[in-house]
Design a protein around this ligand. Sequence first.
Ligand SMILES: [Zn+2]
Length: 301
Amino acid sequence: MTAKFKLCLLIYCLVVFCSVLNAASPDKNVILIGWDGAQREHVIQALEKGQLPTLKKLSKEGKLVKIDIEGEAEQKIKITDENRAKYEKMTQPRKNKEGKVNKPDGKIIDQNGVEYYFVPGKPHYNMSKNTDLFENGLVLDEKVGKRVIELIEQNKDKRFFFFVHFAEVDHSGHKSGENSKEYNDALISNDKWTGKIIDKLKKLGIYKKTLIYITADHGFDEDQTGHGNAPYVFLATNAKNIIRDGRRQDVAPTILEAFGLDLSQIEPKLDGIPLTKEDNRTAAKIGPTEIKKKVKKSKTD
Ligand SMILES: [Zn+2]
């Protein structure tokens, strides 16, 4: 199953907040840009063909590193006739061994007429209620990009954090496949609108005090229309202090650190290590989730 955690919970959204920061923080704005479903290999190939000039320039100023997604990350499972009973059962309260009733983790939600079993990310899934602005439903890169540019103008005199989510790559991948022209065009569109955001920052004279991070919530299955096993993404930034490749859980601490937050004060502790710090963990477990196949017993058994 796939990585559809933070970014896909916030489908088509962008987030802005101007936070209270500790006094020792650097004086930088941060913009995190999600290219939903951008497969690392495809991105690298498009870069080599010169199709993603913004990404190329940004990485030259800072870094482009590999990000792998470890373990199972799908939080949203499509409900079908076959699995409905199972997931409906999982949304019911259950008694544990001591007889205590536990609330279910997941619920069934409806998105554009399709039902999903959905497990909200815990415990940080309150973000939308705790930002100065949370908007979604813009869908198209052009609409998202134009709105971001408008909001940068409005917030230019404050210090800000934006999370911008471009969804067209994911959408075109589902519709036309990872090797389609549409998928490639959507990557070019993400790059173009990312470029327009950067141009706006430059025009306002605030680019030098703004760190940009581009990443993806998951890749895409090679030549397929899904991302059931797509753990390979990237992080590109104009920040100069990234020292290594990493795992998806390293992205959040990297960005929070860049924004000047004291990570030791965050509870519960974050899973990852900033990409500015050495990594001494054991090797990541990357790969397809094991699917337990039912072994049919033959009648003669
Ligand atoms: Zn998707």
